[in-house]
Design a protein around this ligand. Structure first.
Ligand code: A2P
Length: 330
């Protein structure tokens, strides 16, 4: 396969650096590589496949050099401004921010769930929110087999979801210092507050989970509610996912179905204390599911505990998988 001209916007950030790692691990056919960040990082170098690459300051002319593909993770404002500029120059943008996710002309893709949507892009493809990605990987096979009536998400999200600043609040807190990013200390706390509060009392993170799940699963009317919580964990989001199904199910069949579905590893043997943990999912690309049990309070419900690495499957790996679909790799 020919080498593609690939750009990374936000290359110095936590997700940006993981893009480089994942591209290298998956042997993505990179011909030329261009790294962009803010003026603060101009002149820094980052390594890819044993070679040092210079970080450039992002500007309106950054894409004027025949770039095929750009992976963006530099925040919503940068994506809003620069993704259309890149797309207008023939670049296919895979954007990790929330800026374009709900735009009707922008596919929102999780390759295990709705790979066919990639083909509909008009220059920008959105990578979903980290907590949404791991949830829909698990919901998709249940939707296909049984139909999904209602979902209740309760999340326990790692500080790496806030980039390096989130990790700094955790390490500073452990050293006895106060927070700089979060409104309260993250050490010894669970903060029921991720992103900003909206008029309906939900946080933006909660509404992202609701709206993005509906869009990815192609069901605008799916009944979903969410409570998203930041916890003092460095890597991996853990989620309690309560699902009411349309059809009745046999619990063993449902477990088998999940075990055979792409991207999922069932880890469910409570008698041996075996269930998904952040420390197990960290640095992997799988979505781990366990504590699979009937919700005995409704006619046809199931409770799941779902854990994945938010920076890898929840961001960088999913984006690289999308890029692979774009170029027809795998
Ligand atoms: P920089 O390191 O130069 O600030 P994280 O989410 O881990 O904080 O990373 C954010 C990424 O977005 C970093 O690579 C950061 O670069 C980049 N970024 C922030 N502001 C800008 C900007 N104005 N132009 C380009 N990149 C930016």
């Amino acid at each position: 396969m020919k080498g593609f001209r690939v750009a990374i916007v936000g290359a110095t950030g936590m997700v940006g650096r993981t893009f480089l790692k994942v591209l290298e691990e998956r042997d993505f056919p990179v011909g030329e590589l261009y790294l962009f960040a803010s003026g603060r990082s101009e002149g820094k170098t980052l390594e890819f496949k044993g070679k040092e690459y210079l970080v450039e300051k992002l500007g309106e002319d950054s894409f004027d050099r025949g770039i095929d593909l750009a992976l963006f993770s530099a925040g919503g404002e940068i994506s809003k401004k620069y993704a259309p500029i890149a797309a207008s120059k023939g670049v296919v943008v895979v954007d990790n921010s929330s800026a374009w996710r709900m735009d009707k002309d922008v596919p929102l893709v999780v390759p295990e769930v709705n790979p066919q949507e990639v083909k509909k892009h008009k220059g920008i493809i959105a990578n979903p929110n980290c907590s949404t990605i791991q949830a829909v990987v698990v919901l998709k096979p249940l939707q296909d087999r049984y139909g999904v009536e209602r979902v209740v998400f309760s999340t326990y999200q790692a500080v790496s979801g806030s980039g390096y600043k989130g990790i700094k609040d955790l390490t500073d807190g452990l050293a006895g210092k106060g927070p700089s990013l979060y409104p309260h200390p993250i050490v010894n706390n669970c903060l029921p507050h991720i992103d900003v509060f909206l008029d309906n009392g939900y946080t933006k993170e909660e509404m992202k989970m609701i709206d993005e799940t509906r869009k990815i699963l192609g069901d605008d009317t799916m009944r979903i509610t969410a409570t998203t919580v930041r916890v003092p964990v460095e890597k991996c989001h853990s989620e309690s996912v309560n699902v009411e199904l349309k059809k009745d199910f046999d619990l063993e069949d449902l477990k088998e179905l999940l075990g055979k579905s792409p991207g999922i590893k069932v880890m469910d043997d409570p008698c041996s204390n075996l269930y998904p943990l952040a420390t197990v999912a960290a640095d992997t690309d799988l979505v781990y599911v366990g504590r699979i049990r009937r919700d005995e309070s409704v006619k046809s419900g199931v409770n799941l505990w779902v854990v994945a690495d938010n920076v890898r499957k929840g961001a960088a790996t999913n984006a690289v998988q999308i890029a692979e679909l774009v170029i027809g790799k795998n």
